[in-house]
Write a protein that binds this ligand. Structure first.
Ligand code: LHQ
Length: 259
């Protein structure tokens, strides 16, 4: 259910159940867990690119998978989040290098929020985002209740989460929910070239940027200044910064990575 490769410092994960719009079943979860562990362990990886095969990016949970589908037997969906989705979302969020998502088509339910948990989201012009949860009586999960208000503000987060309307990629870009939308045929190449570029950059510094930005929504301005002081201290002592100062700020520097 997944395709996985590593090339030029870029780990590429492709969701590969196109017949069900790459929705997550038990097997895909198990494989994703293994692949994310492999990505973390592979010190040659300096950027991660996530995309989907076929006409959709990901339709979220596979609703035909009876172990988690909402139905008569009232399965414990909290357990499904605890065991499967939450570890996956934490893994994406905490990767010590940039994560890029190329949203090739519709991203619905957990699929939308997995995409939005990546650092940089590029979407095909024909793609769309749907917080489909409300239509089946659920709340946005996979980090959506944190990510959405952070990205688009509370008014739009509530509208998206409570109406469940399809948001076209172009509107998502206008709202600042994603980085950019690009022509469908250019998506994979642009996403790959961005991932390759990021993989050549000072990876440790990029990981520290992520940490600081993620912490910002929980911190006051003063707390954030303290965090910037601490992280900048680490950044300033890194090999990359030392090399950059020795050469010139404009020169490309070989990146180092935290394990
Ligand atoms: C699917 C799915 C799908 C299986 C399309 N499953 N087959 C977490 C923890 C625990 C439990 C519950 O949930 C969660 C998180 C969640 O993600 S909840 C939200 C789950 N996702 C949804 O509610 C989205 C359901 N899908 C849709 O609303 C539509 O398929 C969208 C709007 C995504 C796309 O619509 P269309 O472009 O019109 O395509 P389609 O509906 O015709 O789907 C194509 C095929 O994919 C179709 O199969 P078929 O054999 O008829 O061609 C669908 O049955 C299948 N499919 N989503 N989630």
């Amino acid at each position: 259910p997944l395709l996985y490769s590593v090339e030029d410092g870029v780990a590429c994960i492709t969701l590969n159940r196109p017949e069900s719009l790459n929705s997550f079943n038990t097997e895909m979860h198990a494989e994703m867990r293994k692949v994310l562990e492999a990505v973390r362990q592979d010190s040659s990886v300096r950027a991660l690119l996530l995309t989907g095969n076929g006409r959709g990016f990901c339709a979220g949970q596979d609703l035909s998978d009876r172990s988690v589908a909402p139905g008569e037997q009232a399965p414990d969906l909290g357990e499904s989040l605890e065991k499967r989705y939450n570890p996956m979302l934490r893994a994406f969020k905490d990767m010590p290098f940039p994560t890029i998502c190329a949203v090739n088509g519709v991203a619905a339910g957990a699929g939308a929020n997995i995409a939005l948990a990546c650092d940089i989201v590029l979407a095909a012009r024909s793609a769309s985002f749907i917080q489909a949860f409300c239509k089946i009586g659920l709340i946005p999960d996979s980090g959506g209740t944190w990510t959405l208000p952070n990205l688009v503000g509370m008014a739009r987060a509530k509208g998206l989460a409570m109406l469940g309307d399809k948001l076209p990629a172009e509107t998502a870009e206008q709202w600042g929910m994603i980085w950019r939308c690009v022509d469908d045929e250019a998506l994979q190449e642009e996403a790959m070239s961005m991932a390759r570029h990021l993989a050549t950059q000072p990876t440790r510094g990029l990981a520290l940027i992520k940490r600081a930005l993620h912490a910002s929504s929980d911190n006051s301005f003063n707390e954030q200044l303290d965090l910037e002081r601490d992280l900048q201290r680490l950044a300033g002592r890194s090999e990359d910064t030392a090399k950059a100062s020795a050469l010139s700020w404009k020169n490309a520097v070989p990146p180092s990575r935290e394990s």
